[in-house]
Design a protein around this ligand. Structure first.
Ligand code: DX5
Ligand code: ZN
Length: 228
């Protein structure tokens, strides 16, 4: 079942409570929160105090995407702030297995995020420990970038790895997910669909979100699913 995760990165930061309310109204089932540190990515956004405030504004799970170096140092603070899911970058973790355990020990659901140049096979040994895997379909750091088509092959490959090993992590995609791309990411295997600018950067965010979700639900099944 596909889910829409509006990314508040593209919302008005002076009105985040309104942004999460609109995410709910649009049919979003979690709120995607982009945390950037100016080191791992060339941009700075928000941290635990803002997560704490957003926590009070919604009951939806907060999917915190940490685009930061040394995430271990901040995981306890995100737990205290009320984060539900934590995604750490494969490229930012020296001891990824330990970081995943740390997230679980703090009562949150662990995810791993991979950049466009990182192979999905790099996650082979940690897949059984994960709540979700996030395939970046743009280089992390900014909203409104162009979708990288090679991400589709990575999504399909990850779905096959999950099926072959009978695992149950969720497959998430983030970056350039919009009306033109949403059906293809769903067909390739994504079920958690992050969308920032396509929801918040023009027109009515509620209408935008609803239309995206509709389009995602209507995406034609893959050939092998049709014969199943
Ligand atoms: C980018 C962030 C994304 C961002 C996506 O580094 O991880 O979550 O909000 O924005 P769009 O949907 O505009 O590509
Ligand atoms: Zn993100």
């Amino acid at each position: 079942m596909v889910q829409l995760l509006p990314s508040i990165l593209s919302a008005d930061f002076a009105h985040l409570a309104d942004a999460v309310r609109m995410a709910e109204e649009a049919g979003g089932t979690a709120v995607h929160v982009d945390v950037m540190d100016g080191h791992f990515v060339p941009n700075i956004t928000l941290g635990p105090p803002v997560v704490k405030s957003i926590r009070k504004a919604t009951k939806l799970p907060l999917d915190c995407h940490l685009m930061i170096e040394n995430p271990d140092a901040f995981i306890p603070m995100f737990a205290d702030a009320g984060a539900d899911w934590i995604g750490v970058h494969y490229e930012a973790c020296r001891h990824l297995h330990r970081t995943i355990e740390l997230i679980r020990e703090h009562g949150m659901e662990p995810g791993v995020v991979i950049n466009p140049a990182t192979r999905v096979d790099s996650l082979y040994y940690v897949l059984p420990l994960l709540h979700h895997v996030l395939i970046m379909s743009v280089n992390p750091g900014f909203g409104g970038q162009k979708f990288i088509p090679a991400s589709l092959e990575k999504l399909s490959r990850l779905r096959k790895m999950r099926a072959d090993r009978d695992l149950d992590f969720l497959i998430e995609v983030d970056g350039g997910v919009a009306h033109e791309t949403i059906a293809s990411v769903v067909q390739a295997g994504a079920e958690l669909l992050v969308a920032g600018s396509a929801v918040y950067s023009g027109g009515d965010p509620v209408k935008n979100g609803r239309e995206l979700l509709e389009a995602a639900k209507k995406a034609p099944a893959r050939a092998d699913e049709r014969v199943a």
